[in-house]
Design a protein around this ligand. Sequence first.
Ligand code: ADP
Length: 639
Amino acid sequence: MANLSLKHIYKVYPNGAKAVNDFNMEIADKEFIVFVGPSGCGKSTTLRMIAGLEDITAGELKIGETVVNDIEPKDRDIAMVFQNYALYPHMTVYENIAFGLRLKKIPKDIIHKRVIEAAEILHLTEYLGRKPKEMSGGQRQRVSLGRAIVREPKVMLLDEPLSNLDAKLRTQMRAEISKLHTRLNTTFIYVTHDQVEAMTMGTRIVVMKGGCVQQIDTPKNLYCYPKNKFVAGFMGTPQMNFFEGTLLKKGEEVEVTFAYSDQKITVPYSLFYKVKPSYLNGDCPVYIGLRAEDITLEEHKVQKSLTTVNIKISHLEELGAETLVYGDLNMGGDGYVESSTRCIVKLNTDMSQSPKIKFTSGEVVKVALNMQKAHLFDKVTEQSILPKIPQNNYLDCTVEQGKLIFCGEELALPPAINCPNLYGDLIIPTNAFYLGGSIKAKVLSCERIDSNYLTALKIGDRILYASNLQVENASFINLGVDCKKITVLSQGKQVISPLPQTVCLYGKLIKQKQKVSLRVKGKIKSKNQIVFRLEIEGAQFEVSDYITKKLISVLGAKKAFTTPLRFECNISDITFANEGIKAKVLNLLDYGRQKFAKVAVGEKQFFVAENGQGLKDAHLLINLNSASVYQADLNVKIV
Ligand code: ADP
């Protein structure tokens, strides 16, 4: 049993193929993790790096508390099951299962007990005397599972173990592997290209593409809240429909116009509260994603719906329990080819067989779109613009005599913000709320998501989202807004800007000879010793062994001392001190609950989360343990 930690893992093969790019994940003990993605996306390479069968080019891999980058596969306490079973043909099933334990010189009676137990779990007891060639594919794969489980590994790694089996056996073995996971109570990592396997087996799924992780989430969240168009299209069959279109906000409604057709629908703005206003101006192309089950042809639903469009039917696909109706929003389009107007509708077969409904190719029918279930993606980046946890709330506001007014509530602006009277747009990040201010809100829902909470709040007649409040459903609460995080725009110009929270400083790693006094045979001797330091903006800092080792291992022993480095730190990790980086204190900012000093280091100006009252010339210290270190020229994160 073990947890795993993968930090900034990269794999570049000797031929230059970049197979895995900055893979980061914490895997908890006993999780069933599935790596899924199209062929060549880097799933097997990642698994093989965990197994120790491939070197890790850069990054840190921990199993339990141990960094295992340089630990031999046999000493990692893992077991791996391969697609091709990898059984010894001349050995019996018993011998195949026992083989690994014999190599480890485990006493015979223990081996026997474990083999018998594994055979029972895997229903192999009656086959223990057979050779692999006398067994079916499914049975052979059970033997290779048996060989893995007798080792009682901390982590089980499975690389497409079911790909060689036919569809029926695959479904059966899928269930058996899930059962095995529950029974063994250990961490499983499973690689597959099959999204159905991923959805049915994983407690969490890692979706990969081109060596990059696209999303790590539970099956339900991947399905309901895909982070981008790729994940949305990869999970679920038939593939989600992606209609190209534009969105235009008109008061409390949004007009959705479908491209390459003259069709439009109108939806309440409340469905798109999470969407950045720049997508709602009518000329920013987006993809409107709707799954086939969220579009209906059922007459009574279509009649009641306010969001219907016409599609020209091209063909049907009968799948037994359901029928897929293929059509196109574009009357000149072809429902056979995937396009940004093609529309697939899922019908349950009862309905498609009902005598009232018959579809012929070329027929134009009305379908109702369930826009509550719509996904939206930026056409260029293909990232979701309707995320589960939004980053910001977008509102109208007025500023009157130092008071910010939104959703019918008033907030006194702190002395640090000097803003004229205006009518404008307000952006409140979802992490800017705190409990205990003057704004009254009703909690509509509060859901825990990973380490965050998604809280829907009713303030006035608007719904706002918070990501950092743990509050009770249906309760009434008083809120404050952290004004250093807000933005106010008036006629497109930023009038109030958030206080920058991070600072970039530049420097390099240096090594110096230092004389140290050592006591040798009772006599004090002076000796030269090499010490490492970081030189940042002209000041020298002690550096931890961890950072030095990381820099030398990633950049190489020579380049580590010449490569320009960028240090990114949070402003709360910089403090005034008697030594350190020379800085000038320019002015003070009073945000009420917190005060900040604006400082200049050379040409650079930034803020420090400390009151620099009375200081003019100052020195700054950085908490380097919390800083991120980048190779400045390539923008690659090293620490
Ligand atoms: P997946 O398991 O997702 O199908 P892999 O991890 O096997 O993908 O491969 C990821 C990428 O690395 C692919 O582009 C593949 O061609 C490349 N690759 C895999 N193994 C090697 C190798 N031994 N040498 C060079 N390139 C490799």
